[in-house]
Design a protein around this ligand. Structure first.
Ligand SMILES: *[C@@H]1O[C@H](CO)[C@@H](O)[C@H](O)[C@H]1NC(C)=O
Ligand SMILES: *[C@@H]1O[C@H](CO)[C@@H](O)[C@H](O)[C@H]1NC(C)=O
Length: 210
Protein backbone atom coordinates (compact mmCIF):
# COMPACT_ATOMS: atom_id res chain seq x y z
CA UNK A 1 0.00 0.00 0.00
CA UNK A 2 2.76 2.43 1.08
CA UNK A 3 4.76 1.47 -2.00
CA UNK A 4 1.76 2.10 -4.21
CA UNK A 5 1.24 5.58 -2.76
CA UNK A 6 4.92 6.49 -3.20
CA UNK A 7 4.85 5.11 -6.73
CA UNK A 8 1.71 7.15 -7.54
CA UNK A 9 3.30 10.33 -6.15
CA UNK A 10 6.41 9.67 -8.25
CA UNK A 11 4.44 9.12 -11.42
CA UNK A 12 2.42 12.25 -10.65
CA UNK A 13 5.66 14.28 -10.40
CA UNK A 14 7.02 12.61 -13.53
CA UNK A 15 3.94 13.55 -15.51
CA UNK A 16 4.03 17.11 -14.11
CA UNK A 17 7.67 17.38 -15.18
CA UNK A 18 6.99 16.34 -18.77
CA UNK A 19 3.82 18.44 -18.97
CA UNK A 20 5.81 21.46 -17.75
CA UNK A 21 8.40 20.94 -20.47
CA UNK A 22 5.71 20.88 -23.09
CA UNK A 23 4.11 24.17 -22.01
CA UNK A 24 7.42 26.00 -21.42
CA UNK A 25 8.55 25.64 -25.03
CA UNK A 26 7.75 23.86 -28.27
CA UNK A 27 10.79 23.65 -30.53
CA UNK A 28 9.38 23.41 -34.06
CA UNK A 29 9.45 20.08 -35.85
CA UNK A 30 10.00 21.38 -39.38
CA UNK A 31 9.12 17.98 -40.87
CA UNK A 32 5.46 18.95 -40.47
CA UNK A 33 3.61 21.79 -42.18
CA UNK A 34 3.12 25.05 -40.28
CA UNK A 35 -0.38 25.76 -38.92
CA UNK A 36 -1.96 29.03 -37.75
CA UNK A 37 -0.82 27.99 -34.26
CA UNK A 38 2.75 27.32 -35.41
CA UNK A 39 4.59 24.02 -35.90
CA UNK A 40 4.16 20.78 -33.90
CA UNK A 41 6.78 20.30 -31.16
CA UNK A 42 9.92 18.18 -31.39
CA UNK A 43 10.23 15.46 -28.77
CA UNK A 44 11.75 17.13 -25.68
CA UNK A 45 14.09 14.16 -25.12
CA UNK A 46 15.91 14.94 -28.39
CA UNK A 47 16.68 18.60 -27.49
CA UNK A 48 20.00 20.06 -26.30
CA UNK A 49 21.16 23.58 -25.40
CA UNK A 50 22.27 23.99 -29.03
CA UNK A 51 18.62 24.01 -30.08
CA UNK A 52 18.18 27.25 -28.09
CA UNK A 53 21.13 29.10 -29.68
CA UNK A 54 21.23 30.63 -33.19
CA UNK A 55 24.48 32.06 -34.57
CA UNK A 56 23.11 33.15 -37.94
CA UNK A 57 22.98 36.84 -36.99
CA UNK A 58 26.71 36.98 -36.19
CA UNK A 59 27.82 37.61 -39.77
CA UNK A 60 26.44 39.92 -42.47
CA UNK A 61 24.21 38.59 -45.23
CA UNK A 62 25.17 38.98 -48.90
CA UNK A 63 24.30 42.48 -50.07
CA UNK A 64 21.90 42.11 -53.01
CA UNK A 65 20.61 44.40 -55.73
CA UNK A 66 18.59 46.47 -56.40
CA UNK A 67 18.37 47.86 -52.86
CA UNK A 68 21.97 47.10 -51.79
CA UNK A 69 21.03 45.56 -48.47
CA UNK A 70 20.86 42.14 -46.84
CA UNK A 71 18.43 40.77 -44.28
CA UNK A 72 18.98 37.65 -42.20
CA UNK A 73 16.00 36.29 -40.27
CA UNK A 74 15.98 34.47 -36.95
CA UNK A 75 12.39 33.24 -37.20
CA UNK A 76 10.60 29.96 -36.49
CA UNK A 77 11.94 28.42 -39.72
CA UNK A 78 15.61 29.31 -39.21
CA UNK A 79 15.58 29.14 -35.38
CA UNK A 80 12.88 26.58 -34.53
CA UNK A 81 13.11 27.21 -30.75
CA UNK A 82 11.14 30.46 -31.36
CA UNK A 83 8.05 28.45 -32.34
CA UNK A 84 5.11 29.42 -30.13
CA UNK A 85 7.06 32.01 -28.10
CA UNK A 86 5.76 35.14 -29.82
CA UNK A 87 9.00 36.80 -30.90
CA UNK A 88 11.82 36.79 -33.46
CA UNK A 89 14.78 38.87 -34.66
CA UNK A 90 16.49 39.99 -37.85
CA UNK A 91 19.80 41.50 -38.89
CA UNK A 92 19.90 44.23 -41.55
CA UNK A 93 23.11 45.23 -43.33
CA UNK A 94 22.71 48.26 -45.60
CA UNK A 95 25.53 49.23 -47.95
CA UNK A 96 26.46 52.89 -48.47
CA UNK A 97 23.61 54.37 -50.52
CA UNK A 98 21.41 51.31 -49.99
CA UNK A 99 18.05 50.84 -48.28
CA UNK A 100 15.57 48.41 -46.86
CA UNK A 101 12.67 49.23 -49.19
CA UNK A 102 9.18 50.25 -48.14
CA UNK A 103 7.58 47.19 -46.52
CA UNK A 104 5.25 45.98 -43.77
CA UNK A 105 4.84 43.08 -41.29
CA UNK A 106 1.85 41.58 -39.51
CA UNK A 107 3.36 42.67 -36.20
CA UNK A 108 5.41 45.49 -34.68
CA UNK A 109 9.16 45.91 -35.16
CA UNK A 110 11.68 47.41 -32.74
CA UNK A 111 14.90 48.43 -34.52
CA UNK A 112 18.25 48.89 -32.70
CA UNK A 113 21.03 50.69 -34.56
CA UNK A 114 24.42 49.02 -34.10
CA UNK A 115 26.59 50.83 -36.67
CA UNK A 116 26.23 53.71 -39.11
CA UNK A 117 23.60 56.34 -39.75
CA UNK A 118 20.23 55.84 -41.41
CA UNK A 119 16.97 57.62 -42.02
CA UNK A 120 14.20 55.34 -40.79
CA UNK A 121 10.51 55.95 -40.77
CA UNK A 122 6.98 54.71 -41.11
CA UNK A 123 3.81 56.10 -42.61
CA UNK A 124 0.83 56.27 -40.30
CA UNK A 125 -2.68 55.36 -41.45
CA UNK A 126 -3.26 59.13 -41.22
CA UNK A 127 -0.62 59.39 -44.04
CA UNK A 128 1.77 61.29 -41.76
CA UNK A 129 5.40 60.25 -42.39
CA UNK A 130 7.24 59.76 -39.08
CA UNK A 131 10.93 59.67 -40.07
CA UNK A 132 14.22 60.56 -38.45
CA UNK A 133 17.96 60.10 -38.55
CA UNK A 134 19.10 57.22 -36.32
CA UNK A 135 22.60 56.68 -34.99
CA UNK A 136 24.30 53.89 -33.06
CA UNK A 137 22.32 52.94 -29.97
CA UNK A 138 19.05 54.52 -31.10
CA UNK A 139 15.96 52.33 -31.21
CA UNK A 140 12.79 53.01 -33.16
CA UNK A 141 9.42 51.27 -33.09
CA UNK A 142 7.50 50.56 -36.30
CA UNK A 143 3.87 49.83 -35.30
CA UNK A 144 2.26 46.67 -36.65
CA UNK A 145 1.16 46.60 -40.32
CA UNK A 146 2.35 50.15 -41.14
CA UNK A 147 4.62 50.74 -44.15
CA UNK A 148 8.21 51.52 -43.10
CA UNK A 149 11.76 51.79 -44.47
CA UNK A 150 15.43 52.36 -43.66
CA UNK A 151 17.91 54.30 -45.84
CA UNK A 152 21.66 54.44 -45.28
CA UNK A 153 22.61 58.12 -45.48
CA UNK A 154 26.08 57.67 -43.94
CA UNK A 155 29.51 57.18 -45.45
CA UNK A 156 29.91 53.64 -44.06
CA UNK A 157 27.83 50.44 -44.07
CA UNK A 158 24.93 50.46 -41.60
CA UNK A 159 24.06 47.57 -39.29
CA UNK A 160 20.83 47.22 -37.32
CA UNK A 161 19.05 44.47 -35.44
CA UNK A 162 15.28 44.21 -35.27
CA UNK A 163 12.95 42.30 -33.00
CA UNK A 164 9.34 41.38 -33.77
CA UNK A 165 6.48 40.26 -31.56
CA UNK A 166 5.87 37.11 -33.63
CA UNK A 167 8.05 34.10 -34.49
CA UNK A 168 6.77 34.57 -38.05
CA UNK A 169 6.30 38.33 -38.63
CA UNK A 170 5.91 38.16 -42.42
CA UNK A 171 7.49 40.66 -44.85
CA UNK A 172 5.81 42.37 -47.78
CA UNK A 173 7.79 44.96 -49.76
CA UNK A 174 5.59 47.38 -51.68
CA UNK A 175 7.43 47.80 -54.99
CA UNK A 176 8.39 44.13 -55.49
CA UNK A 177 4.84 43.13 -54.49
CA UNK A 178 3.48 45.31 -57.28
CA UNK A 179 6.00 44.33 -59.93
CA UNK A 180 7.15 40.72 -59.32
CA UNK A 181 4.00 39.00 -60.59
CA UNK A 182 1.62 38.71 -63.57
CA UNK A 183 -0.78 41.50 -62.56
CA UNK A 184 -1.48 43.20 -65.93
CA UNK A 185 0.43 46.48 -66.40
CA UNK A 186 -2.78 48.29 -67.23
CA UNK A 187 -4.28 47.23 -63.89
CA UNK A 188 -1.09 48.32 -62.09
CA UNK A 189 -1.30 51.67 -63.88
CA UNK A 190 -4.93 52.18 -62.86
CA UNK A 191 -4.43 51.23 -59.22
CA UNK A 192 -1.21 53.24 -58.76
CA UNK A 193 -1.21 56.04 -61.40
CA UNK A 194 2.37 55.04 -62.30
CA UNK A 195 3.03 55.48 -66.02
CA UNK A 196 3.46 52.50 -68.35
CA UNK A 197 7.21 52.98 -68.87
CA UNK A 198 7.80 53.01 -65.12
CA UNK A 199 5.70 49.85 -64.66
CA UNK A 200 7.61 48.03 -67.42
CA UNK A 201 10.89 49.06 -65.83
CA UNK A 202 9.80 47.74 -62.41
CA UNK A 203 8.47 44.48 -63.90
CA UNK A 204 11.84 44.01 -65.65
CA UNK A 205 13.76 44.60 -62.40
CA UNK A 206 11.60 42.28 -60.27
CA UNK A 207 10.83 39.60 -62.86
CA UNK A 208 7.14 40.33 -63.40
CA UNK A 209 5.18 39.64 -66.60
CA UNK A 210 2.13 41.09 -68.42
C1 LIG B 1 10.10 10.93 -27.03
O1 LIG B 1 11.29 10.19 -27.13
C2 LIG B 1 11.43 9.20 -26.10
C3 LIG B 1 12.83 8.61 -26.22
O2 LIG B 1 13.09 8.25 -27.56
C4 LIG B 1 10.30 8.18 -26.26
O3 LIG B 1 10.39 7.23 -25.23
C5 LIG B 1 8.96 8.91 -26.17
O4 LIG B 1 7.90 8.00 -26.41
C6 LIG B 1 8.88 10.03 -27.17
N1 LIG B 1 7.66 10.80 -26.96
C7 LIG B 1 6.83 11.11 -27.94
C8 LIG B 1 5.63 11.92 -27.56
O5 LIG B 1 7.01 10.74 -29.10
C1 LIG C 1 26.51 34.41 -49.42
O1 LIG C 1 26.96 33.94 -50.67
C2 LIG C 1 27.85 32.83 -50.57
C3 LIG C 1 28.38 32.53 -51.98
O2 LIG C 1 27.31 32.44 -52.90
C4 LIG C 1 27.15 31.66 -49.94
O3 LIG C 1 28.02 30.58 -49.82
C5 LIG C 1 26.63 32.07 -48.55
O4 LIG C 1 25.89 31.03 -47.99
C6 LIG C 1 25.78 33.31 -48.66
N1 LIG C 1 25.46 33.78 -47.31
C7 LIG C 1 24.21 33.98 -46.92
C8 LIG C 1 24.05 34.45 -45.50
O5 LIG C 1 23.24 33.80 -47.63
Amino acid sequence: MGFLIIFSVFSLFASFASATNVVDFCVADLHYPVTPAGYPCRNVTSLTADDFVFSGLSTPGNISIPFDSAIILANDKTFPALNGLGLSMARADIAVGGSVPLHSHRVSELLLMAEGTIIAGFIGSNNVAYYRTLNKGDIMIFPHTLLHFQVNIGKSPALAFASFNSPSPGFQATTPSLAANDLPSDVVRRITLLDAAQIHKLKRIFGGTN
